[in-house]
Design a protein around this ligand. Structure first.
Ligand code: CTP
Ligand code: CA
Length: 230
């Protein structure tokens, strides 16, 4: 395992990180969301900043405060996240998609509250698929630009977790995929994490457990080895 590098080793690197969970509006007061706290993405931003990188943090809903010193862009929904990260990626050496992006959004967003008396005892919501932002970034990456995805899986077995991760990495076309297990009591909102990072060919380039800040440094070590820093 590589030792954590000295502060300042990412001087000049431009890193874009998405963090948190998107929310898809149903009406002015309701949304479809997920349990992402944004902690791992915020830890990545803190670690990258400390090591000298220029960091743009694209924040969906965060349960923790973003570090001072980042360029903060708010992106509540998947559509807004896609716009923000695509714009920021044009000037980035590394893009890390730690955000939990909603796979679907309501087919229509109502201007007035959905009323119980109008809908009855059952309500069916029609959802449409959001674009795959990570796959789009990977497909249009500049030479040398590194695109990093995350995959939170509920699969219990280690072998199956890696198998799912490898298939996802291939499908997305990204350079690295950070895989972690999540469950009712695992992953979300905690200050610790346990991850496996797959490299482009599906090989395991890093396994790490620890605080989300410790893991952030290890992930940065793995994805920046070989990245020229100006
Ligand atoms: N992601 C994305 N755009 C989406 C959905 C996900 O960019 N519309 C990104 C996430 O930010 C993450 C990676 O893709 O970095 C993997 O997300 P995940 O939900 O695990 O992948 P999916 O392809 O949506 O597969 P699943 O059916 O397991 O949800
Ligand atoms: Ca998904």
């Amino acid at each position: 395992a590589a030792a954590a590098q000295a502060p300042g080793d990412l001087d000049g690197a431009r890193i874009v990180i998405t963090a948190g969970g998107t929310r898809e509006a149903l009406d002015p007061v309701r949304f479809i969301g997920n349990r992402s706290s944004g902690k791992q993405g915020v830890a990545l931003a803190s670690a990258a900043l400390r090591r000298g990188a220029t960091v743009t943090l694209i924040a969906s809903h965060l349960d923790v405060a973003p570090p001072g010193g980042v360029t903060l862009v708010s992106a509540p929904s998947a559509t807004e996240l896609q716009q923000a990260v695509t714009d920021a990626a044009a000037e980035a050496d590394i893009v890390i998609m730690a955000a939990a992006v909603s796979d679907y959004r309501p087919a229509e967003v109502l201007d007035a509250k959905i009323k119980k008396e109008d809908t009855g005892t059952e309500l069916t919501l029609r959802l449409v698929q959001n674009p795959d932002i990570l796959a789009g970034l990977a497909a249009s990456a500049r030479p040398g630009q590194k695109i990093v995805g995350f995959a939170a899986e509920t699969t219990p077995g280690e072998d199956e977790l890696l198998e799912i991760g490898r298939a996802k990495l291939a499908r997305k076309g990204c350079d690295f995929l950070v895989v972690n297990r999540v469950g009712w009591n695992e992953g979300f909102a905690l200050d610790t994490n346990s991850i496996v990072v797959l490299g482009k060919g599906g090989n395991v380039v890093l396994e790490a457990s620890g605080t989300k800040l410790e893991i952030a440094d290890r992930i940065l070590d793995a994805v920046t080895s070989g990245v020229p820093v100006r």
